[in-house]
Design a protein around this ligand. Structure first.
Ligand SMILES: Nc1ncnc2c1ncn2[C@@H]1O[C@H](COP(=O)(O)OP(=O)(O)O)[C@@H](O)[C@H]1O
Ligand SMILES: [Mg+2]
Length: 228
């Protein structure tokens, strides 16, 4: 089933003396139950693309459909609803709240969502931490956790509202090989469970996980490798 469709998407950054075509006419369809890797050199537009898909940024032209709905024309409020309910985002630098314990970080997105009763939130957070093998670290603060553990907390947080789409921008960029494998295995499992998982990477290890690898250069899709 179709999760996301990009149709002639363009995004420019206007600086004082030039217009950068960060996304330059990308058309692509992402399905549920698949793991996608977006690869390309630094500056090729990977982060811009995944942020636009994740409604963290707006496009200049073209259309983005999520489950067939054109989200480009929605109001900010409607976009926020989709962002909170359907999309989980994982960043290279984890972006955990350092003053909150692991389970409190995971609970955070549940507060913007009416789906969970307040009494259920903590139990659900601990359950999610268990799913990323961190049940014995649920009470730790981020600074008491390793990089790999912090990223697993961030993944649990991304899963808080049970999104169907997981977007990750270089999630293993700061991790060693062992932790990288752990994170990529978790993301792969999420795709196998039926979610649409899109991971930005510039490490070839991703080939062992991805169903499709999308290479981008100067904001354009230059090639795709379909592994399945
Ligand atoms: N806020 C911004 N203002 C101006 N230019 C930007 C901004 N963000 C990104 N860019 C430029 O857009 C291009 C794509 O950036 P980015 O999407 O971050 O690439 P990648 O993630 O592949 O390294 C780069 O040339 C970058 O310098
Ligand atoms: Mg980037």
């Amino acid at each position: 089933m179709e999760a996301i469709k990009l149709e002639n998407v363009k995004k420019n950054y206007q600086t004082k003396d030039e217009c950068i075509h960060a996304i330059d006419d990308i058309t692509y369809t992402f399905q549920y139950g698949k793991f996608y890797a977006i690869m390309g050199h630094s500056g090729s537009g990977k982060s811009t693309l995944i942020q636009c898909i994740g409604l963290l940024d707006i496009i200049d032209s073209g259309k983005i459909f999520i489950e067939g709905e054109n989200i480009t024309t929605l109001s900010a409020k409607e976009k926020n609803k989709i962002k909170n309910e359907k999309i989980g985002f994982v960043f290279q630098n984890y972006y955990l709240n350092n003053t909150m314990r692991a389970y409190e970080n995971v609970m955070l997105p549940m507060f913007i969502n009416k789906k969970f009763k307040s009494t259920d939130k903590k139990a659900r957070a601990i359950e999610l931490l268990k799913s990323v093998d961190l049940e014995n670290r649920y009470n730790h603060f981020p600074k008491e956790l390793s990089g790999g553990e912090q990223q697993r907390v961030a993944i649990a947080r991304a899963l808080a509202n049970n999104p169907s789409i997981i977007l990750a921008d270089e999630p293993t960029g700061n991790l060693d090989e062992k932790n990288e494998t752990g994170i990529l295995n978790i993301l792969k499992e999420l795709a196998e469970e039926g979610k649409c998982v899109i991971v930005v990477s510039h490490n070839n290890t991703i080939y062992n996980y991805a169903d499709e690898v999308i290479h981008i250069r100067y904001g354009k899709v230059v090639s795709t490798d379909n592994e399945s």
